[in-house]
Design a protein around this ligand. Structure first.
Ligand code: NAD
Length: 543
């Protein structure tokens, strides 16, 4: 297994390439990745490269890449090095994209079997995955905003039911308890729950549904948050909870329902299912659909009984709809419920990684946030909690949601810290693809847009083109992601703050333009908040 290099010694011909290479290796660091041997970082089968030959060729190309060249990656395979110029991206990618008419899982799998593509999820394909913290922060932010919007900013004594403790879903127990809730998380895989216990993401594990419920009720009575991992299938547990007349305050789900071959259906043991997945994939898919239908019917029943139920970005409603649950879309997605107002101000998941490998570099940046952004109440809550509760995985990193003005200010401060030697080596600045202007995803980020522009995919394309012309170090455009092939197009970007004075200009362009486009996108859709900000801070032309 390859360990990510760190320190100040360069293996590449510049920090831009070096930063990208370290991020790629970081994504398959054994401490971070779901299945590093198969190059899978997270999210079902989200891969960093098409295969090991491609991976090695990418490494080799990055090591040789000149400071005025650009490496092109097509769905995890390096295809060519082109002459560009110093401020151009060192890496440009496109991944998991299929011409719309053919863009579905069936065609994707046929093309994948022929070795022509691979699934990059979001930050796996763009090498910006940072392990548990990334999703913990996003999940924490979601629960925080949920509390603010529906529970008077307080989830204390509230019962949250959810499922899936995989790479993304494992953040749910900790994110919910950090917000004060009592949370029951269902997973079919004992090892997934055990990993969460070891990481202290989850407090308790049981195989007994009644014990799980009693632990939750105890914690609600004592108003002491608890997370309980229940070994079981969500399609069995959700109806069982209903049968007991129990109505949680919040219900959601983070099983890998976007991919019917990753979701685990009812009715067979895991080994038998592993065999079926390979030998009889059609039968497996049918079983998954049946189980998802049962699970979503229960979610709808909870909703009818007053529970706040939401889809957490895994396309479970669409799968259920196709399995005959015609009212599956009565369940709203989390974005229109709590996240869109943040997108309107260009607020989204910003992250940075210490290429030195030294945690002290991140602690120095935390200090800056606490001092410089003290009027941002969410940041003031998040930073102390994350420092206390999260250990670094792979290269030390930090993430938090920042708005349009904060991102550029902070990026320039970090570049200055690198320049003055306050940080030991450069910092890679990147973000999730679930951002204000970087995604078209009608069942998630762009669901229910005010002007009906949910499926307009021009925006992420414009975002990638704008970031490339602004001077990001890596830019990419991808299909699929959390909701699966055919359901979203999104773009990723990374920029390395190497301390150079000329990088100030690049940072300023990229960190203004990237979220700026998000504000313009929402202003164009008619959101007043975005319109106000656009008129004040940007140069909107129409709309
Ligand atoms: P993963 O493959 O790492 O883990 C999934 C977990 O679900 C596994 O532990 C598995 O055992 C469990 N599971 C599968 N079927 C189950 C069932 N029927 N009942 C109970 N447990 C079951 O996936 P992940 O990275 O955790 O991602 C989960 C989902 O969330 C994916 O669909 C992903 O695309 C989506 N996602 C959402 C967001 C977001 O922003 N909300 C972001 C990224 C990914």
């Amino acid at each position: 297994m390859i360990k990510t290099p760190n320190g100040i010694k360069l293996s590449c011909k510049g920090w831009q390439q070096e930063g990208i290479l370290r991020l790629l290796l970081n994504c398959i660091d054994p401490d971070i990745a779901k299945d590093p041997k198969n190059l899978i970082a997270y999210g079902g089968n989200g891969k960093v490269a098409r295969d090991w030959d491609s991976f090695m060729a990418i490494m080799d190309s990055l090591l040789r890449l000149e400071n005025d060249e650009t490496l092109l990656i097509q769905s995890g395979k390096p295809v060519g090095v082109f002459e560009s110029y110093e401020d151009a991206p060192r890496v440009i990618m496109a991944g998991s994209l299929i011409v719309p008419y053919w863009s579905d899982w069936n065609n994707f799998r046929k093309l994948e079997d022929k070795g022509l593509t691979c699934y990059g999820q979001s930050t796996a394909g763009s090498w910006a995955f940072i392990g548990a913290q990334g999703i913990l922060q996003g999940t924490w932010e979601t629960f925080y905003q949920l509390g603010k919007a529906y529970f008077n900013s307080d989830l204390t004594g509230k019962f949250v039911l959810t499922s899936g403790m995989g790479a993304m879903g494992s953040a749910q127990p900790l994110a919910a308890t950090m917000n004060g809730a009592s949370v029951l998380v269902v997973d079919v895989d004992r090892n997934a729950i055990k990993r969460s216990l070891i990481e202290s993401f989850c407090d308790y594990m049981t195989e007994d549904i009644d014990e799980a419920i009693s632990l939750i009720y105890d914690s609600i009575r004592k108003t002491e948050p608890i997370s309980v991992g229940l070994l079981g299938n969500a399609a069995w547990v959700y109806p069982e909870i209903l049968k007991r007349g129990i109505i949680p305050d919040v219900v959601t789900d983070q099983t890998p329902a976007h991919d019917l071959l990753s979701y685990v259906p009812l009715g067979a043991d895991l080994r038998e299912l592993d065999n079926m997945r390979v030998k009889e994939p059609e039968r497996y898919v049918e079983l998954s659909k049946e189980s998802i239908a049962i699970q979503v019917q229960s979610m709808l029943e909870f909703q009818r009984n007053g529970t706040l139920v939401f889809d957490y970005g895994n396309n479970i409603r669409k799968q259920a709809y196709e399995a005959g649950i015609m009212d599956a879309f009565d369940i709203p997605s989390f974005v229109p419920l709590f996240i869109r107002p943040l997108f309107c101000e260009g607020r989204g998941p910003f992250r940075w990684i210490a290429l030195s490998g030294d945690p002290e570099d991140i602690y120095r940046t935390d200090e800056v946030i606490l001092k410089e952004f003290s009027d941002d109440e969410v940041l003031m809550k998040w930073i102390p909690q994350v420092e206390e509760r999260i250990r670094f995985q792979g290269l030390p990193s930090r993430c938090c949601w920042m708005n349009y003005e904060e991102r550029v200010r902070f990026g320039l401060i970090m570049n200055d810290m690198v320049r003055r030697g306050i940080l030991k080596s450069p910092i890679a600045i990147t973000r999730d693809h679930l951002d204000s202007g970087s995604v078209a995803s009608p069942y998630r980020e762009t669901e229910g847009m005010m002007d009906g522009s949910d499926a307009i995919a021009d925006w992420p394309v414009l975002n990638a083109l704008l970031n490339a012309s602004s001077g990001a170090s890596l830019v990419g455009l991808y299909g699929g992601g959390g909701v699966g092939i055919g359901y979203s197009i999104h773009s990723g970007m990374t920029i390395v703050a190497d301390g150079d004075a000329s990088t100030d200009e690049r940072l300023s362009r990229v960190l203004n333009n990237d979220p700026g486009l998000g504000i313009i996108r929402h202003a164009d859709a008619g959101y007043e908040k975005a319109k106000d900000i656009a008129v004040k801070l940007l140069k909107p032309v129409m709309g």
